[in-house]
Design a binder for this molecule. Structure first.
Ligand code: SAH
Length: 466
């Protein structure tokens, strides 16, 4: 190993930072988080550092560094960007046997700052020994995604119980067993924000909370298709899931992120296959939750946008099953982004309305004149079957017949296709291009702002009706 990994206490100890720029500021911030008493020395001191000085958080000395400044310091950081000064600071510190870090110069540093993941009180530090700091940061991001932000709370909760556990469980083996139990499933616990085990005051020391027995359902938005558009929380749930009950609209790559042992149940309405009714899906969710499983109900887009997430939530809650909703990027946002169409745009559209084109297999009953008057961009879900009567209804309600329209099929997926044209051409666009579900319609002046060809991937076929 090039360096000895260790965690050094510097709370209330004197630390010296030489340099007054951005990098010095970043090191000062880090030292402050660990509670150091910091002095900053530099002839020029940047505004953010000056603000810290004014707030009494650091002491500022606006002048050149002199070797005497090293006295009584626990740590020294040099971030001047000037080789001669950095070297002087390093040599002086080394003579006084005080550990020194020279930013971007591991050769004359005694210690280096790792890339960190902060889940206070837990900290993960990553270092390539100064060989590839950019890689260290990439690895930091990968680990960051795996550790829920509430992990710190779990650890603090455990810390509060330490004394009780120690008092109640005398043998080290027993204690170790308790803590192993306690942290088993820490991922689930941090996601559901519930302690897994409690130390009771009676003779029984380990007591499972209700959560372990009654299970938990996370209704998770899987985003519009491209697996990269999953949220970190969706990913975390997929990685701890015991059972995943998913819809047809869930993108093909999304399930690759799921825990390998998770049971996968397809309840999608694929043509020709038995599709599950909402009642069956509800029963399935309750059945798996009742067995104490961590159930993930995975839905395309966002569960609360035309996703029946509300019905599932109400059903599960009425049965006393704990439910959590994890939002996802809804189709209209994903499609608009990949077509480069801003859904609102200064001077063109001050609002966006998400609406369904279909209700009970017919054109949904909307207040068409109101929608036209609102001048909002319209993002229409489930609108393929009713597109031509829908466009007629808008034109009859006084929308321009040449209002720009975009049709986005398989938005955000490699198979995505985008077609643009006029409102009165919707039908022609759909039939000549044989557009299939899922597809989203965007109607409004903003469509003309789209950077469709610029954003389209090579695999995307484009057609613009003239
Ligand atoms: N809850 C989902 C919507 C479900 S309704 C969400 O928030 O996105 C199903 C409709 O969503 C489809 O008929 C289609 O209009 C739209 N849709 C879903 N995924 C899509 C995609 N990848 N591309 C285009 N439209 C999509």
């Amino acid at each position: 190993m090039r360096y000895l990994p260790m965690f050094r206490r510097i709370r209330h100890q004197h630390c010296l930072v030489v340099g007054g720029g951005d990098i010095a500021f970043r090191k000062v911030t880090m030292l402050l988080r660990a509670g150091a008493e910091i002095a900053v020395i530099a002839p020029k001191i940047s505004a953010p550092l000056r603000d810290l000085g004014d707030a009494g958080k650091v002491s500022l000395r606006q002048r050149q560094f002199v070797p005497e400044d090293i006295a009584n310091q626990a740590l020294v950081v040099s971030a001047t960007g000037q080789t001669n000064i950095d070297e002087l600071v390093a040599t002086t510190a080394r003579q006084a046997a005080i550990p020194v870090n020279v930013v971007d110069n591991p050769d004359i540093s005694d210690f280096i700052f790792p890339a960190i993941i902060d889940r206070d009180p837990m900290v993960v530090a990553v270092s390539t020994g100064g060989a590839a700091p950019v890689l260290a940061r990439e690895i930091r991001s990968a680990i960051e995604a795996l550790l829920p932000s509430s992990l710190g709370n779990l650890i603090r909760d455990a810390e509060k119980r330490r004394t009780t556990v120690k008092r109640r469980l005398v043998s080290v083996t027993e204690r170790r067993r308790f803590w192993t139990h306690y942290f088993h499933g820490w991922r689930t616990a941090t996601l559901t924000a519930k302690p897994m085990l409690q130390v009771s005051d009676g003779d029984v020391l380990l007591e499972c909370t209700a959560q372990n027995q009654s299970g938990h359902v996370a209704i998770v938005g899987a985003g519009p298709g491209d697996a990269d558009l999953l949220t970190l929380r969706a990913l975390q749930h997929l990685q701890v899931a015991d059972a995943i009950i998913y819809d047809r609209l869930v993108g093909p790559g999304v399930l690759d992120y799921a825990r390998r042992d998770a049971e996968r149940i397809d309840v999608g309405k694929a043509p020709g296959k038995h599709s599950h009714s909402q009642t069956e899906i509800n029963a399935l969710l309750a059945h798996h939750a009742a067995r104490g499983k961590h159930v993930v109900r995975l839905k395309g887009g966002d569960p609360f946008i035309f996703g029946r997430g509300g019905e599932e939530q109400a059903y599960l809650r009425s049965r006393g099953i704990s439910v959590e909703i994890v939002p996802g990027i809804t189709a209209s946002l994903g499609c608009a982004a990949s077509a480069g169409i801003p859904l609102t745009h200064r001077g063109l559209s001050q609002a966006v309305t998400l609406l369904t084109g279909t209700s009970a297999n017919e054109l949904a009953a909307h207040d068409w004149p109101y929608l036209v008057k609102s001048r909002a961009t319209l993002a229409i879900y489930m609108g393929l079957g009713t597109a031509s009567i829908l466009s007629q209804a808008l034109i009859e309600a006084d929308m321009r017949s040449d209002m720009p329209v975009a049709i986005i099929e398989n938005g955000t997926l490699a198979s995505q296709r985008i077609f643009t044209g006029r409102l009165d051409q919707i039908e022609k666009l759909l039939t000549t291009n044989a557009v299939e579900a899922p597809a989203l319609l965007i109607i409004g002046n903003v469509v003309a702002q789209g950077h469709i060809s610029k954003h389209a991937k090579a695999s995307q076929v484009l057609a613009v009706a003239s």
